[in-house]
Design a protein around this ligand. Sequence first.
Ligand code: SF4
Length: 107
Amino acid sequence: MTNSRRDFLNSGIALWAASLLPSVSVAAGPAELKESDPIAIALGYKKDATAVDIAKYPKRAGDAGATQFCSNCALYSAGANGLGGCTAIPGKQVAGAGWCNAWIPVS
Ligand code: SF4
């Protein structure tokens, strides 16, 4: 067998083997928390803090409440694309513009 024929067969085998591998998508980070997630419901999380029902969550009512966002919560760590981590909700990303009833100020 000539080298060029062997190389051709080897490259074909490599392509065939690669096609058997599961496709892997590279994620930018943990998935974004959905408002329908049980922990989001339990905490009253909204990805748009202005959509919070302040009758149900008076903590976010008034001038002081209106300044509360995930982005200025002590449990938030900013990531990319307006999302970040929250130590109260491990394994998910929350919106910097969001809010939940566990909000605490940065001291
Ligand atoms: S604890 Fe803070 S960062 Fe986490 S979801 Fe609630 S307000 Fe946002």
